[in-house]
Design a protein around this ligand. Sequence first.
Ligand SMILES: [Mg+2]
Length: 196
Amino acid sequence: MKTDLYLDFDSTMVNSDKSICRIYNEDYKDYEGFVEADWRKHSNWSYKNVCPLIHVHEDNPVQVIQDYYGSERLFNTLEFYDDALDVLKKLKEKYNLIICTSAFPKNASKKVLWIEEHLPMVDEIITLINMSGNGYGKSRVTMIEDGAIFIDDHPKNLHSTKASKKYLFKFKETDYNGNWDGPVVSSWKEIESILL
Ligand SMILES: [Mg+2]
């Protein structure tokens, strides 16, 4: 029997930050004080440090970021992290691949359709839609199956479930990924070497 492997989507499989920064650069390039957003410097979930003009010019910056996450522009430019797709194809032989992702009403259906198109090897998608949009809520998924493994870029999500093995996907340092003293992976090659 295959082991259940739970995987986060945004900022774990796909470089969502890169797409958000790309949209920001399109929208704010003509504004005074514009500095091109560099996704490598993203460290804050509301993108305050790399997309500051949203926080200067918009009444509800978090809503703007959520709208970006729900936009066609995001899904049209979404990229996998290096090697993610190849490694996922290999993992499929040994694991049930279950994406466990937080979503907003506006992006949930687009995200599921994107996964269906780009990740046909995925067995299940668990989409948690918190209507207040705080982006958490994975504790609803206990992950108590024998040997279940969970990989996520947010320690808060890892802490909240009972998966047997939990790995922080830490592609870069952020304001929110410090609170974790468990195992860390920083690339999909590393995930391959640990799980296969
Ligand atoms: Mg994530």
